[in-house]
Design a protein around this ligand. Structure first.
Ligand code: ADE
Ligand code: ZN
Length: 330
């Protein structure tokens, strides 16, 4: 039995496996510029975040109907459950779909057809986090929040993703303020490729409660001290960092140093179909590469529930944490 855990940094579009991409392409008569799944997998060689994003957005062309989004989410939830995930807070990128003529309603209703019954079907509780694309305009983000209004009962929070460098958090101050007024929780990608100053800005200008990646905080000791003091969770994605070359090789990943600095670290999969592993694969990879102890693995799992947006169901959080504490490593 795998260690129980929450996944807090997972882009649902990044769970599109080549097999499902071709199946959906067939469903809609979309021609993908790859002969087959093997040839597509060979394209998964990335130099940086942008080279990945190019393929990530290209493959979204096959996601068109509610059924497609339902199938995508159900495949993820089945894989996640098999890896010990009990709770998943799932990102989606509505602007990338709306730009192709796929409505907010199609995306949210489709995802909800899977998420709304994932406890019964997969034993996984879920939350949805709507991300704004930071390489789009602030006005576009505001329009996206407006388009989400009819669906806010299904959306727990907002996030910020896509190409980081050159798109500082402060650009989205207004939309985050509006989101907070609507009662939405706030997270943002910061310090993945961008500088530590973007992490500080995400905290101060956007009021984020959790930082996605946050890896580069280690370049700024005063920021580390602040993140420790304020107990700001970081959602790290080790296999992603290696594939997108934020880190050269896994043994050089700063996770161990981050844990030892007292940071509230969690381990997640980001875009598992593209980066060679789902969340338990990330846990095992860092255990092996960094020599993490069983108690450090347990702490990562405990942190994942502590950092999750379960304030509306503390009983559930306590149940999940008790399962982590009772877990017997083989
Ligand atoms: N969108 C999907 N994955 C992402 C990542 N790792 N960073 C920024 N935007 C993303
Ligand atoms: Zn991400």
């Amino acid at each position: 039995m795998p260690l129980p855990k929450a996944e807090l940094h997972l882009h649902i579009e990044g769970t599109l496996e080549p097999e499902l991409a071709f199946r959906l392409a067939g469903r809609h008569g979309v021609r993908l510029p790859y002969a087959d799944t093997d040839e597509l997998r060979k394209a998964y060689q990335f130099e940086d975040l942008q080279s990945f994003l190019n393929l990530y957005y290209e493959l979204m062309a096959v996601l068109r109907t509610e059924q497609d989004f339902e199938d995508l989410a159900n495949e993820y939830l089945a894989r996640a459950a098999a890896q010990g995930v009990r709770h998943a807070e799932i990102f989606f990128d509505p602007q990338a779909h709306i730009a192709r003529g796929v409505s907010m309603g199609t995306v949210v209703e489709g995802l909800w057809r899977a998420l709304g019954c994932s406890e019964e079907g997969h034993g996984v509780s879920t939350r949805l986090i709507m991300c704004f694309l930071r390489d789009e305009s602030a006005d576009s983000a505001l329009e996206t929040l407006e388009a989400a209004r009819p669906y806010l009962d299904r959306i727990t929070g907002v996030g910020l993703d896509s190409a980081e460098v050159g798109h500082p958090p402060v650009k989205f101050r207004e939309v985050y303020k509006a989101a907070a007024e609507l009662g939405l929780r706030r997270v943002a990608h910061a310090g993945e490729e961008g500088p530590p100053a973007y992490i500080t800005e995400a905290l101060d200008a956007l009021g984020v409660e959790r930082v996605d990646h946050g890896l580069r905080c280690m370049e700024d000791p005063a920021l580390v001290e602040r993140l420790v003091r304020e107990r700001i969770p970081l959602t790290l994605c080790p296999l992603s960092n290696v594939r997108l070359r934020a880190v050269d090789v896994l043994p050089e990943h700063p996770l161990r140093a981050m844990i030892e600095a007292g940071l509230l670290c969690t381990v997640n999969s980001d875009d598992p179909a593209y980066f060679g592993g789902y969340v338990a694969d990330n846990y095992h990879a860092v255990r092996d590469a960094l020599g993490l102890t069983k108690e450090q693995m347990r702490e990562l799992a405990r942190n994942s529930f502590l950092a999750s947006f379960l304030e509306d169901d503390e009983e559930r959080r306590a149940r999940y944490i008790a399962a982590v504490d009772a877990y017997e490593f083989s």
